[in-house]
Design a protein around this ligand. Structure first.
Ligand code: HEM
Length: 459
């Protein structure tokens, strides 16, 4: 009797793992991270600063420290290595930042018609290899397209397959580590740095690059901003958009021929799945907030995008693109590209143009279906079934049941991997202290500050 009871209990526990284990492990991971990182951040919105003061505080001129003085920065520099100290997103305000930001804006100033034609060509090539119905991971499917797109934007020439593969290897490695689904592989990243350095040495670039940087530093700037951030962000954004369309067939049907509606779907996708979970800033002066709170200099503010995007919307968890028929993105609590007055995204104009084209190209060829779970961090990379629009849709139900089952069990294994690898990387980043060491060296020798070696690995 007992063995049957024990056996049944074991079967029930194992069968129910997908229902409780991933959630439990994610909660544990957050606690381990908070313990290892310390509780240095002030969440916004939170107890001190509410959603009503979110934009006021984010826009404050003293909310302008980017990396120096936050333990959290060591973790970001670890994930973004090599060259985090040259990454626009992590540079402190100053002449170097201004010049790099100007260069990025210039490179991204692609005329709309050219951007659309290029995005169409690159998406079409990425999709052309798919014959018949196919199970894909949307992020993987789209990454080569954006590698080719941004290579051509930066270098003004077609992207050779070798460059595309190096860029994809680099970007995939960064985003996989960021989501704690894998460790860093510096060899993959260094291969791209060497390729870019050689390419810059060969000359013939359509854009002037920041002065005062060595060729290797220029390569690292391009690697960080274009062949890491641009590729990762656009691939993730398009994967979210296609995933939403795959899970809302009525929206998909309407969006196929209605660009205005597709724009509403994009806006609603950004609202529900903003690419930034948290953006942090270190305050460089005291801030008197309009709610009576004073934030001292040196505070680490953690601006929580998903939390802000939920405030002030009816039924905020519900996917409802039609809310954007009357709502203005400017007036709503909606900042997918950050706040204009505090280092917002330089691709705020270009990225949606290219996303629209990629979605149109995909939907023109395929009907999309997915039964996988869809979360903001999407560590699953967006499992989806693509079925040619003209072809038979026969085995769809069986394939969707397979995606559902596989996704739930992958979630179980992945949550444990993320806990183990995430804990290792947080500890490793604390050991290496890439950001702290950079600023200590800069303070010790301000003369040599501009020529500090690139922070990659341990002392
Ligand atoms: C849909 C795609 C994208 C979204 C939703 C997005 C979102 C954002 C957000 C929210 C910020 C501001 C974060 C903060 O306040 O700290 C940001 C900054 C930035 N983004 Fe994007 N991004 C996207 C694509 C891109 C692309 C294609 C590039 C290409 C170069 C890019 C480059 C940057 C850079 C360099 C910054 C830092 C700006 C600065 O500090 O001056 N992003 N992005």
């Amino acid at each position: 009797m007992l063995p049957v009871f024990v056996l049944t209990a074991c079967v029930l526990v194992v069968a129910s793992l997908p229902l409780w284990l991933p959630k439990g492990v994610v909660a544990l991971r957050m606690r381990v991270f908070a313990h290892l990182n310390g509780h240095e951040g002030i969440p916004v919105p939170g107890d001190l600063v509410g959603a009503a003061q979110f934009k006021e505080v984010y826009s404050h001129p003293a909310v302008n420290g980017r990396s120096r003085g936050a333990g959290l920065s060591d973790l970001f520099w670890y994930w973004l290595s090599p060259g985090a100290e040259l990454h626009q997103e992590h540079l402190e305000a100053g002449d170097r930042y201004e010049e790099i930001a100007r260069t990025t804006r210039r490179i991204l100033g692609v005329p709309r018609a050219r951007a659309e034609a290029l995005a169409e060509r690159c998406s079409a090539r990425a999709l052309s290899g798919i014959q018949g119905a196919r199970l894909v991971r949307l992020r993987d499917l789209m990454m080569p397209a954006w590698a080719e797109f941004y290579y051509e934007v930066v270098f003004g020439e077609r992207c050779p397959p070798l460059a595309r593969d190096l860029i994809v290897d680099n970007a995939d490695d960064v985003v996989t580590a960021l989501k704690c689904c894998g460790l860093r592989h510096m060899d993959r990243r260094d291969r791209l740095t060497r390729f870019l350095t050689d390419r810059l040495e060969a000359g013939g670039l359509p854009h002037e690059l920041p002065s005062g940087l060595s060729t290797r530093e220029r390569a690292l700037y391009l690697q960080g901003t274009f062949f890491n951030t641009a590729i990762v962000q656009t691939s993730e954004a398009v994967a979210h958009l296609l995933m939403v369309l795959a899970q809302h067939p009525e929206a998909q049907t309407r969006a196929v021929g209605d660009d205005r509606f597709l724009d509403q779907v994009i806006e609603e996708t950004f609202r529900l799945y903003p690419l930034f979970g948290i953006a942090h800033r270190i305050t460089t002066g005291e801030i008197a907030v309009s709610n009576g709170v004073t934030l001292p200099a040196g505070s680490v503010l953690c601006f929580n995008y998903p939390a802000f995007h939920r405030v002030g919307f009816d039924d905020p968890d519900h996917f409802d693109p039609s809310r954007w028929e009357t709502l203005s993105a400017r007036e709503a609590n909606h900042i997918p590209f950050g706040v204009a007055t505090n280092r917002s995204c330089p691709a705020w104009r270009l990225a949606p143009i290219t996303m629209r084209v990629a979605a149109r190209e995909t939907m023109r060829r395929f009907a999309l279906y997915s039964s996988a779970s869809h979360t903001r961090s999407m560590p699953s990379r967006g499992p989806c079934l693509l079925v040619p629009r003209e072809g038979p849709h026969g085995a769809r139900r069986a394939l969707l049941a397979y995606i559902w089952l596989r996704d739930r069990w992958e979630d179980v294994a992945r949550s444990v991997v993320q806990l183990v690898l995430g804990t290792y990387m947080v500890r490793d980043a604390r050991r290496l202290r890439l950001c702290q060491r950079h600023f200590e060296a800069q303070e010790a020798d301000p003369e040599a500050a501009e020529n500090l070696p690139t922070a990659t690995d341990g002392p």
